[in-house]
Design a protein around this ligand. Structure first.
Ligand SMILES: NC(=O)c1ccc[n+]([C@@H]2O[C@H](COP(=O)([O-])OP(=O)(O)OC[C@H]3O[C@@H](n4cnc5c(N)ncnc54)[C@H](O)[C@@H]3O)[C@@H](O)[C@H]2O)c1
Ligand SMILES: [Zn+2]
Ligand SMILES: [Zn+2]
Length: 361
């Protein structure tokens, strides 16, 4: 029997979101209904609301979530009712050219649920990132559910489902930062601070946080930054070079995604170093660089999609490290809120007052 639950819907570009009745069908083959326990408010939800991702309104927002499996459809064997899971937007297909090359973290054909959640009018909802989790129950593909240790708190665990995983993975999977390396992270919101926490976990010895907001830099220090630079007051490139014997950092992560921050990252790394772009630019943005510098500085400029994570490998491991006290994921939770408070949370995010607001059910 389809169930009626409450969920946060964006009906029209730039209109405030509203809480609506959402109809959740029974799971079809390969599908799962999850009782959502917590879901973080991510910048991408706001991008959807602003029409910045696509025009497929109405959207069911929310995608950084953890919960309990309620029911499973035909053929589902990896998860069962009562399992504690983190939802992911990389349910790998196993068949695309990336998967066949043994690089499933790039999977080009990820799975989502085939059945649709709707409004009571019957109008189909577009779930954010194929998830849609600001809702009491959601329908996803079984591959979007990753089992982790249920000792973790849902409001903390859910954050690994998007921004925190993207940041940690940008540093350790894409940037391959390791013991004794130097790293600089430009932009210390949820994603940038996760890159800092990841770099610390991986043993980086110099971790430089760059932001234009001193509140963010204070948080960065708490996550393990060894040095901070306010790039409104000091040139970021000169500052990073000065802290690395004049050379630049081995890895520089751009967690903002603007032409000026990418250019800073490009010049603030050491020769043969790595630039990682994890912040998401908009279509109008351009960078211009002397091609001789691209050649002469060597190394790599890489993008990090979802931290190049493989949920089945990375989520349980990071939850275990968290439970052992080695990864302070709880510090990303600035506040817990109700389903009716998502619009207010967007405003706080915009003003830079929070790392993450998390809806709890
Ligand atoms: N690649 C992925 O898979 C992935 C996943 C999730 C989020 N993201 C993207 O990562 C980016 C960061 O997300 P977030 O949730 O941390 O956002 P956020 O708004 O919380 O953080 C952005 C930070 O950048 C700082 N900043 C802004 N302009 C700056 C500048 N010129 N120089 C230095 N710092 C500056 C802000 O003060 C803020 O602290 C966004 O673009 C988001 O869309 C990417
Ligand atoms: Zn694939
Ligand atoms: Zn997100």
């Amino acid at each position: 029997m389809p169930q009626q639950v409450r969920g946060v819907v964006a009906h029209k570009k730039s209109d405030p979101v509203s809480v609506e009745t959402v109809v959740v069908p029974d799971p079809g083959p390969g599908e799962v209904v999850v009782k959502v326990q917590a879901c973080g408010v991510c910048h991408t939800d706001l991008h959807y609301r602003e029409g910045g991702i696509n025009d497929d309104f109405p959207f069911l927002l929310g995608h950084e979530a953890a919960g309990i499996v309620e029911s499973v459809g035909e053929g589902v064997t990896d998860v069962a009712p009562d399992d504690f899971v983190i939802l992911n937007w990389r349910a790998v297909c196993g068949n695309c050219r990336a998967c066949r090359r043994g690089e499933p973290w790039y999977c080009f054909s990820t799975h989502n649920a085939a059945r649709k959640m709707t409004l009571t009018s019957g109008q189909e909802l577009s779930p954010a990132l194929g998830i849609g989790a600001f809702v009491e129950k959601t329908l996803v593909h079984a591959g979007q559910c990753t089992k982790v240790d249920p000792a973790a708190k849902p409001e903390v665990a859910g954050l690994l489902g998007c921004g925190v995983m993207a940041g940690i993975g940008a540093a350790i999977n894409t940037g391959q930062v390791g013991r004794g390396d130097s790293i600089a992270v430009i932009g210390c919101g949820g994603v940038g601070n996760a890159a800092i926490a990841g770099a610390r976990l991986a043993g980086a010895s110099t971790i430089i946080a760059v932001d234009v907001d001193d509140r963010k830099l204070a948080w960065a220090t708490d996550f393990g930054a060894t040095h901070t630079i306010n790039s409104r007051e000091q040139d970021a490139v000169e500052g990073i070079q000065a802290l690395t014997d004049g050379n630049g950092a081995n890895v520089v992560v751009d967690a903002v995604g603007r032409p000026e921050t990418f250019t800073q990252a490009f010049y603030a790394r050491d020769l043969a170093g790595t630039v990682v772009l994890v912040g998401v630019p908009t279509p109008d943005m351009r960078v211009e660089l002397p091609l001789l510098d691209v050649f002469g500085r060597g190394g790599a400029t890489k993008s990090s999609w979802y931290g190049d994570c493989l949920p089945s490998r990375d989520f349980p491991m990071l939850i275990d490290l968290h439970l052992q006290g080695r990864l302070p994921l709880e510090k990303f939770v600035s506040e817990t809120i109700g389903l009716d408070d998502v619009e207010a949370a967007f405003h706080k995010m915009h003003k830079g007052e929070v790392l993450r607001s998390v809806v709890v059910f």
